[in-house]
Design a protein around this ligand. Structure first.
Ligand SMILES: Nc1ncnc2c1ncn2[C@@H]1O[C@H](COP(=O)(O)OP(=O)(O)OP(=O)(O)O)[C@@H](O)[C@H]1O
Length: 309
């Protein structure tokens, strides 16, 4: 079954086209990543999925329920962890979670609330007022709040932005478990290595459009091969190797003198050729390293920008 079906969604803010016709289907049980640089439209798309804002055109359904015409049924299937921390400061953690359960018509939900709190290391804060919690703890409550009604589809918008390593690990352990148990997970994150580790399939967005949609493994294969990083302490890269340059750092960008290049290498044999050409041209290598391409390189190649901030 399709968990989220997005069909030609468009959204404009005055003269700005935030989403220019996004179509995407996410199947039940997937662990899906939504990536893109700042302003790509990820939060706008998530807000439309959550029924918080209306698309100008197109449609979104969750487990077959349209988010506009069948809002309540769609909302029941969905748990959203938003980017921003918004709470009523006068309630305790447990009260906050009970209220949220009530909103979904689940008055006797304490067993699951306890389990969620336990899994997010919130148990000893259950009776603490929201206003007395640290930012990281508040973020845990946001996650717990999204899960109170055991939604089959869970959308997390930058859940680990600015949180410590401990919370990231706790969160990923719990989210992975929910995914293994069949929940569909959709994630946006600033941390590409996190997306690479967790997501099986990703969509990359840029300026309101999906510019790449593939499994993580084919995306990684797309930028085939590796990169050879060479730090030259004398001489420079000969012109006939310039076409291989992925990144270059020179002079003041480096803590040491010289020039540093990342070169695209498709086969290991090519390393030999590159080294021979450098030697012939009089360049002197200070350090070198061979690295597998990762999601960051692909992101750079596809969106033309650095990692999302
Ligand atoms: N309420 C709004 N009014 C006007 N413009 C908006 C509004 N919300 C978003 N935008 C604009 O729409 C575009 C898409 O924003 P959106 O927040 O969806 O991007 P994003 O991919 O989530 O970015 P980020 O990674 O920074 O969160 C941006 O150019 C943003 O400035």
């Amino acid at each position: 079954m399709t968990a989220i079906h997005i069909s030609n969604v468009q959204k404009r803010y005055q003269s700005l086209q935030a989403l220019g016709g996004v179509s995407l289907s996410i199947e039940e049980g997937e662990f899906f990543g939504l990536l893109g640089p700042n302003g790509a439209g990820k939060t706008t798309l998530i807000s439309i999925i959550a029924g918080l804002i209306r698309a100008d055109a197109g449609s979104v359904s969750i487990h077959g329920h349209d988010v506009v015409t069948d809002f309540r049924a769609a909302r029941r299937k969905l748990g959203v962890v938003p980017q921003e921390l918004v709470f009523d400061p006068f309630f305790t953690v447990r009260e906050t979670l009970r209220l949220q359960s009530g909103y979904f018509g689940l008055p006797n939900n304490d067993k699951w609330i306890d389990e969620v709190m336990e899994n997010l290391d919130l148990t000893n804060k259950a009776d603490t007022n929201m206003r007395a919690l640290s930012g990281g703890m508040k973020r845990r409550v946001l996650v717990a709040q999204a899960l109170v009604h055991k939604p089959p589809v869970i959308v997390l918008d930058e859940p680990t932005a600015g949180v410590d390593v401990e919370l990231r690990q706790t969160l990923w352990k719990f989210i992975s478990r929910l995914n293994r148990e069949g929940h569909t997970i959709v994630l946006t994150t600033h941390y590409l290595e996190e997306a690479q580790a967790m997501c099986k399939r990703v969509a990359m967005m840029k300026l309101g459009k999906v510019v790449a949609l593939d499994t993580m493994s084919s995306l990684i294969r797309r930028i085939s091969g590796s990169q050879l990083i060479v730090h030259l302490k004398a001489g420079d890269l000969p012109p006939d190797l310039q076409h291989l340059v992925l990144h270059a750092e020179t002079g003041s960008q480096l803590s040491t003198l010289g020039r540093k290049y990342s070169l695209k290498v498709n086969e290991y044999m090519e390393v030999e050729t590159i080294l021979a050409r450098l030697r012939e041209s009089g360049a002197v290598i200070d350090e070198m390293q061979l690295q597998q391409a990762d999601l960051e390189d692909i992101f750079l190649e596809i969106t033309g920008t650095g990692a999302p901030q």
